[in-house]
Design a protein. Structure first.
Length: 406
């Protein structure tokens, strides 16, 4: 018997069956109590708890979306404030550089005319102090030549035009960003607004050194103050989105005229004005330098030695007045900006026509009105330009310009 008990202790099968019945009993009791627990919670309360949890989840999602929209709006408003601040800075500096142009213009002309008068007086034989007058006029002519070289390098009238145009574009950008912040926006809108501010800042820099735009470029190109335009990611959800075959034909005609006439015209005029400005900026210091040499060589050279200085100084004053009084640098910058304005319109039209899905384009009728106003035309005049999209028209046969505003 003892051996049998020992054998039973060593075999697990001898004590496992004795423990199973209590376990089965406990599980059976638990299963029997489940219906009783379920009966304690009514079905209506379960539905109410489910509905409350769904409402709470929806409120949480809506709160997160509202926080995200508020953050995006705050970012756009910050960018708009920065654009407004830059517009004010450009306006102030533009006024300062316009004052530079007037100051240097009158100062250099006064120096040249004073030196010419001194050289003329020194040529009179009865004047005892002719040597001092010739020496003084030579110094004044040399100073005028140096100032003319400096002013011709920086072109204050052109600088003032850059700042005026930048102030206008920054104000325009500020208004567009504020209107964007008042509507539904996304992070892509914030990135695009930042890119526009930085591109405009690069196109019209504030500092003179370093970063000043080239005043005498080898090749005249339209000014570009906008970043690479993106395709819109918002689907309008309207069939056709206001676009039709006639409107596409119209925009292709406008695009062709812009490329062949308007942009080409202002680039050509800019090249012509640049050539005139180069000639004047070279002739002014040269004449003042010749006058300085003539005044210096007339010291002890008799009565007739001062006349080259008198004539050179007078011509230098005339050239300086034509260049900076006529603001030739400003005219060149104006033509370059006009060419950039038409280049931007071309890119907008190409971007919309290049999008195959019309629902992804800008709304057609709004785009047409915007183009007509920017070109200074009525809608009927703009629609007549659709005939130029025909291949039968050669570029040389197009006599009409797309823009009437500039």
């Amino acid at each position: 018997m003892a051996a049998l008990q020992t054998h039973c202790l060593l075999q697990p099968s001898c004590f496992i069956p004795s423990r199973l019945p209590p376990c089965r009993g406990r599980w059976r009791a638990s299963l029997q109590s489940l219906p009783k627990l379920q009966s304690l919670i009514p079905f209506e309360e379960l539905a109410m708890l489910t509905e409350q949890s769904t409402i709470k989840r929806n409120k949480l999602v809506a709160h997160k979306e509202e926080q995200n929209n508020s953050l995006i709006t705050a970012k756009l408003l910050a960018i708009a404030e920065a654009a407004a601040d830059r517009a004010e800075m450009h306006a102030i500096i533009g006024e300062q550089r316009n004052n530079w142009n007037h100051l240097f213009l009158h100062s250099i002309n006064s120096i040249n005319l004073t030196a010419s008068l001194m050289a003329a007086i020194a040529s009179i034989p009865e004047i005892a102090a002719s040597q001092s007058l010739n020496l003084s006029s030579a110094v004044l002519f040399a100073s005028a030549a140096g100032l003319m070289l400096l002013v011709n390098k920086i072109q204050p009238s052109q600088l003032a035009e850059e700042q005026r145009n930048a102030a206008r574009l920054f104000k325009q950008l500020e208004r567009s960003i504020r209107s964007l912040g008042a509507s539904t926006s996304s992070e892509s809108d914030v990135e695009e607004a930042m890119e526009k501010v930085l591109a405009l800042q690069k196109a019209y820099p504030l500092p003179l050194l370093p970063g000043m735009l080239e005043k005498f470029p080898k090749v005249v190109e339209p000014t570009k103050w906008w970043p690479k335009q993106r395709k819109t990611q918002r689907k309008q959800g309207v069939a056709g989105n206001g676009w039709s075959g006639e409107m596409e034909k119209e925009m292709r005609g406008v695009l062709r005229v812009l490329k062949s006439k308007d942009e080409e015209q202002y680039v050509r005029l800019g090249q012509l004005v640049l050539s005139i400005n180069k000639f004047l900026s070279f002739a002014g210091p040269l004449l003042a330098g010749v006058a300085a040499v003539g005044a210096a060589s007339s010291i002890g050279g008799g009565a007739h030695g001062s006349w080259p200085a008198v004539v050179g100084g007078a011509l230098a004053a005339v050239v300086n007045t034509l260049e900076h009084g006529g603001q030739v640098g400003m005219v060149f910058e104006l033509f370059r900006n006009c060419a950039g304005f038409y280049r931007r319109l071309e890119e907008e039209i190409e971007l919309n026509l290049g999008e195959e899905e019309k629902e992804m384009r800008e709304q057609g009728e709004v785009f047409e009105v915007k183009m007509a106003l920017q070109l200074g035309r009525s809608l009927s005049e703009l629609r007549r330009m659709g005939s130029y999209s025909s291949p039968s028209y050669e570029d040389e046969e197009i006599e009409e310009f797309a823009g009437k505003l500039f």
